[in-house]
Ligand binder design. Structure first.
Ligand code: PLP
Length: 399
């Protein structure tokens, strides 16, 4: 018997295949706009100074089991403060069930499994479009899924009326996945007023809001400001879930540090929910590696290191904002007849360019510029050194 003869190659991951094509290109001019992680003005990955400080502080301690347990609970405590606000009542009331996870992906996967166990027939609704892995994660957890309107290709902004209609039309008590800031891939976030309305309509239909917070800080440069949507939902009395990742905002992609928290009605419920999450995690992967957890809990737990992180996060966001302004300006200076306002209107790591599949193909073939097939430009891949070349190439293919 030939055990694996029937196994065919899995379809390529759309983001990873952009990276592979980029690596295989020998052109000295090539630009990778597919990366989802921060790059500095020389196009290089960055290790933040706050991470280096934390590394020095934890040196030699990472194999002590007792420390690992306390680091895990410190990580959860500090992560929760970042999302819900350090002074919120729900922390004191013990209503949050929090558990450390394998970055944002692990938090989503754990929640999807939890959802299926306790609400096997409820659907999850994703914004259209969303991070492609959301579909795969909830599919593997065998949760039925749908989408709700989000992006309007004509305005390159939010399709708010259609979004609200879709909330109203979804079956009562559905799950809604929301990006609280720096929406991936569109860079389009609702305004505060729009969030208030979204919260209201979700409440009316008793839907459960699940926030995937992969880029806290990347919309505005301010951690609290980027959590405003979630705080609005808190005020409105929702029970909510939240996946957090430190991959992007601490540049710790490889360490896989994240947190899943679920706001419950009271302490008893929170304890029950937490124990179920722990049991699911134990059977799936045991526990996460300790080193990243130690680094993040040290950064968040030490006021000076945390202040340094906040400063470094702002610097990353500022660079991205400057690149947005410079790219728009360069295209306008070249005399592009198209409207490029969305480059500066959109926020976060990405710009949903609106380039067509043909234009994207030309950029790759003629100019060695790589981006995902949906036209998402990672603004972190743009630098002052590749700006003129990039703007000129975009202008050439969109003339
Ligand atoms: N959620 C969204 C919206 C993302 O864009 C990403 C990463 O690209 C993630 C979650 C998961 O990131 P990670 O698992 O690296 O923390």
């Amino acid at each position: 018997c030939q055990w694996w003869d029937h196994v065919r190659p899995a379809p390529k991951d759309p983001i990873a295949s952009v990276g592979e094509a980029f690596l295989a290109d020998a052109s000295p001019n090539k630009i990778n706009l597919g990366v989802g992680a921060y790059r500095d003005e020389e196009g290089k990955p960055v290790v933040l100074r706050c991470v280096r400080n934390a590394e020095a502080k934890v040196a030699g301690s990472e194999f002590l089991e007792s420390i690992s347990t306390s680091a895990n609970s410190r990580l959860v405590e500090e992560s929760i403060k970042l999302v819900y606000g350090k002074d919120t009542d729900v922390i004191g009331e013990g209503r949050l069930a929090g558990i450390q996870t394998l970055s944002g992906t692990g938090a989503c996967r754990l929640f999807a499994e939890f959802q299926r166990r306790f609400y096997p027939r409820s659907k999850v609704y994703f914004p259209d479009p969303t991070w492609s892995n959301h579909h795969s994660i909830w599919k593997d957890a065998e949760v039925p899924q749908g989408t709700f309107s989000y992006y309007n290709p004509r305005s390159k902004g939010l399709n708010f009326p259609a979004l609200i209609d879709d909330i109203k039309n979804a079956p009562e008590s559905s799950f809604f996945l929301l990006h609280p800031c720096a929406h991936n891939p569109t860079g389009v976030d609702p305004t505060e007023e729009e969030w208030r309305e979204i919260s209201y309509h979700l409440k009316v239909k008793n839907h459960f809001p699940f926030f995937d917070m992969a880029y806290q800080g990347f919309s505005s440069g301010d951690l609290d400001r980027d959590a405003r949507a979630i705080r609005t939902f808190l005020q409105d009395g929702h029970l909510i879930g939240c996946a957090q990742s430190f991959a992007k905002n601490m540049g710790l992609y490889g360490h896989r540090v994240g947190c899943l928290s679920i706001l419950c009605t009271d302490t008893m419920q929170a304890l029950a929910v937490k124990s179920q999450l722990q049991q699911i995690a134990r059977a799936m992967y045991g526990s996460p590696p300790i080193r990243g957890v130690l680094l993040v809990s040290t950064i968040l737990g030490d006021p000076d290191t945390k202040a340094l992180w906040v400063e470094e996060l702002k610097a990353m966001v500022n660079r991205i904002c400057k690149m947005r302004e410079a790219l728009r300006e360069s295209l306008e200076k070249l005399g592009s007849p198209l409207n490029w306002e969305h480059i500066t209107n959109q926020v976060g790591m990405f710009c949903f360019s609106g380039l067509t599949p043909r234009q994207i193909e030309l950029l790759q073939r003629e100019f060695h510029i790589y981006m995902t097939a949906d036209g998402r430009i990672s603004m972190a891949g743009v630098t002052m050194s590749n700006m003129d070349y990039l703007a000129n190439a975009i202008h050439e293919v969109t003339k």
